[in-house]
Design a protein around this ligand. Structure first.
Ligand code: M6P
Ligand code: ZN
Length: 188
C-alpha cells in the first residue's frame, strides 16, 4: 500500500531530495528545435557541454498522479530562447499544471486544430494546461526558470508532431524583449 509522504521541493533550484526520477537534457541533443542552425553550431562549438534543462520527478507507479520540477537554464540560440522539446500527451484526456517557482518564461500551447495560446510563467502563476493542448516552456529570463508540474502517471509524452513540425509560434527576443512570432517553417 502507498503511504503519504512530505516531499520537499527547492523552488529556487528545482532540487527534490526524494526524487526517484531525474534526467539532464544537453543542448547538444536539441539541434532540430532551433531555426538558426548556424547559430546553433556556433553556440555548441563554444559551449559543448551546455545543459538546456533538468527534470526531477517523484513517482509511485501504482498512483494516478505524479509531480516534479523542471529547471530550465537561461540562454539563446540565434534569437530563440532555450526551450523544452514540447509535447502532446499520449492520453488525450490528460492535462497538466505548471506552477512556476522562480525565473521568467513563456508557456507556448497549441491544439491540433490550430489554436495557439501563451501563458506567462512567473513566480506565483500556476498554468493550467487542458487535455490535448501541446505545451512547450521557454526561459525568457536571465536566471533559471523553475516550475513544479503535476500530471497523471499514465499521460505519456507524444513528441512526434512537435519534433517533426515544431510549434506554430516561436518565442524570440526582439529589441531586448521576449515576444512570439509565427513559425515560418510550420506547415500551415
Ligand atoms: C515538464 C513536464 C515533463 C516534461 C518536461 C520537459 O517538466 O511536462 O513531463 O518532460 O517538462 O519537457 P519535454 O519533455 O517536452 O522536453
Ligand atoms: Zn506534459
Amino acid at each position: 500500500m502507498l503511504t503519504p509522504e512530505a516531499i520537499f521541493i527547492d523552488g529556487r533550484t528545482g532540487d527534490i531530495p526524494k526524487a526517484n526520477e531525474h534526467y539532464t537534457k544537453p543542448v547538444a541533443e536539441l539541434r532540430g528545435l532551433y531555426r538558426d542552425t548556424a547559430a546553433f553550431d556556433t553556440y555548441m562549438a563554444a559551449n559543448p557541454d551546455a545543459v538546456g534543462y533538468e527534470v526531477a520527478g517523484y513517482r509511485q507507479d501504482s498512483s494516478d498522479i505524479f509531480f516534479g520540477t523542471t529547471t530550465m537554464y537561461p540562454g539563446k540560440i540565434g534569437e530563440e530562447y532555450f526551450m523544452t522539446r514540447g509535447h502532446y500527451h499520449v492520453r488525450r484526456d490528460c492535462g497538466e499544471a505548471y506552477y512556476t517557482q522562480s525565473g521568467r518564461g513563456l508557456l507556448l500551447l497549441q491544439t491540433r486544430e490550430g489554436e495557439t495560446r501563451e501563458v506567462e510563467m512567473a513566480p506565483g502563476i500556476c498554468a493550467f494546461i487542458p487535455p490535448d493542448w501541446a505545451h512547450r516552456s521557454v526561459n525568457t529570463g536571465h536566471a533559471p526558470l523553475v516550475f513544479v508540474w503535476f500530471c497523471q502517471t499514465t499521460a505519456g509524452h507524444n513528441y512526434g508532431d512537435i519534433l517533426t513540425h515544431g510549434m506554430r509560434r516561436l518565442a524570440v527576443e526582439r529589441d531586448g524583449h521576449p515576444t512570439t512570432i509565427p513559425n515560418p517553417a510550420f506547415p500551415f
